[in-house]
Design a protein around this ligand. Structure first.
Ligand code: B12
Ligand code: SF4
Ligand code: SF4
Length: 307
């Protein structure tokens, strides 16, 4: 078995569902797309995305010795309904914080690679590193970017988290780049309540409910979005729920992503919650990103829609 096969086998043992390898080169076309996207202001108030776009497109600026980007995807779909119609939380935040889950497993994978080749050195990335994760996943053959701008895999739909190891070894396999299977479909574009998908493959994040309920640091959600939340309290899954490729969703066997009782929220409870209770309740949950004042703001916006 060659190095790539051994790494793949170990990744599957660790619970990853897809894994692939991409040569670490500058993402030239994607850099142009990113710059154009930023110049339109589609990133809204996520000023951190403006910082050094060149760095985002060049993995060497993050890890100078990198030769290969190992891309991994983990299915997080669990076969449960949203427990509430008002106060919905997106699937990705139902279980334990995926950053911790994926990072731990990628570090284990890196440790294993070091046992195969003692020269191996790497850097683990999950979400927060300045790297274009979806673009790398495409290059590594994991799937394609759908018109809703999420990565879709043929086997698990778009319900996958992404993570990478930048590694100083040349590793490749025979995988090919997946072609775009969106075809004439535009279900996600038509279903988006805020018209955030401004054109196919292009998200105006400043209109996206996910952005407004998670990333926006303002005291109020702009009315253009707050009136159209459709019950979403944290994140939004509408464009993925309507995607025909998510008919191929499969329940994950990862216990960590099963819904935790403490992520089913009552709006009144959130509004009266103090910092201590919040810290206990959302410990190891991805929902900590919006902070308590963000959750209270979201609860207020939803309440004002029904009153
Ligand atoms: C910022 C961010 C957001 C922003 C903006 C999302 C976006 N579409 O850009 C907001 C807050 C809105 C967001 C929302 C969500 N996010 Co988010 N987010 C990120 C983050 C941190 C950076 C993404 C980024 O760089 N965006 C900037 C735009 C310009 O880049 P892009 O869409 O990736 O496009 C690049 C390439 O795809 C390519 N490209 C795309 N189209 C085209 C077309 C042409 C012609 C060319 C040449 C190139 C090209 O070029 C672009 C780069 O320049 C990534 C993690 C990471 N480090 O990558 C997670 C990430 C994308 N998010 C993730 C998730 C799960 C979500 C949500 C589903 C959460 C939820 N349920 O609420 C939603 C989905 C909303 C949606 N419809 O996209 C996952 C996606 C997993 C997947 N299967 O794709 C990621 C990868 C995190 C992870 N590690 O798993 N997110
Ligand atoms: S996550 Fe929701 S608001 Fe954002 S693009 Fe998808 S459907 Fe629209
Ligand atoms: S809903 Fe249709 S257009 Fe949108 S990502 Fe899925 S297949 Fe592509």
């Amino acid at each position: 078995m060659d190095l790539a096969e051994k790494i793949k086998q170990k990744a599957f043992e660790l619970g990853f569902h897809k894994i692939g390898f991409a040569r670490a080169e500058i993402l030239t076309e994607e850099l142009e797309f990113l710059k154009a996207w930023l110049s339109k202001g589609f990133h809204g108030e996520m000023k951190w995305l403006e910082k050094e776009p060149e760095k985002r497109a060049d993995p060497k600026q993050l890890f100078p010795e990198v030769k290969t980007v190992i891309c991994a995807a983990m299915n997080y779909y669990t076969p449960y309904e949203y427990p509430k119609q008002v106060g919905k939380i997106s699937r990705y935040a139902w279980g334990e914080d995926y950053h911790e889950v994926l990072k731990k497993k990628l570090h284990e994978l890196l440790a294993y690679i070091k046992t195969l080749d003692e020269r191996a050195e790497g850097k683990v990335c999950v979400d927060t590193s300045p790297i274009l994760e979806k673009a790398w996943a495409v290059k590594a053959g994991l799937g394609w970017i759908g018109k809703h701008t999420n990565l879709i895999t043929k086997e698990y739909g778009s319900w996958v988290f992404l993570g990478e190891i930048l590694i100083n070894l040349e590793i490749s396999d025979s995988a090919t780049i997946e072609t775009d299977h969106c075809g004439n479909c535009r279900a996600c574009i038509d279903a988006c309540p805020t018209n955030a998908i401004s054109e196919p493959y292009q998200l105006n994040a400043s209109l996206c409910i996910s952005y407004a309920t998670i990333e926006l640091r303002k005291a109020e959600i702009p009315e253009t979005i707050s009136k159209k939340l459709e019950g979403w309290f944290y994140g939004c899954d509408i464009c993925q729920e309507v995607c025909p490729w998510n008919r191929f969703q499969k329940p994950t066997e990862q216990e960590a992503f099963k819904p935790r009782a403490n992520t089913i929220v009552d709006l009144e409870e959130i509004l009266s919650m103090d910092e201590k209770k919040y810290a206990e309740r959302f410990r190891r949950s991805a929902m900590k990103r919006a902070k308590l004042h963000g959750l209270k703001r979201n609860a207020k916006a939803l309440k004002s829609n029904v009153s």
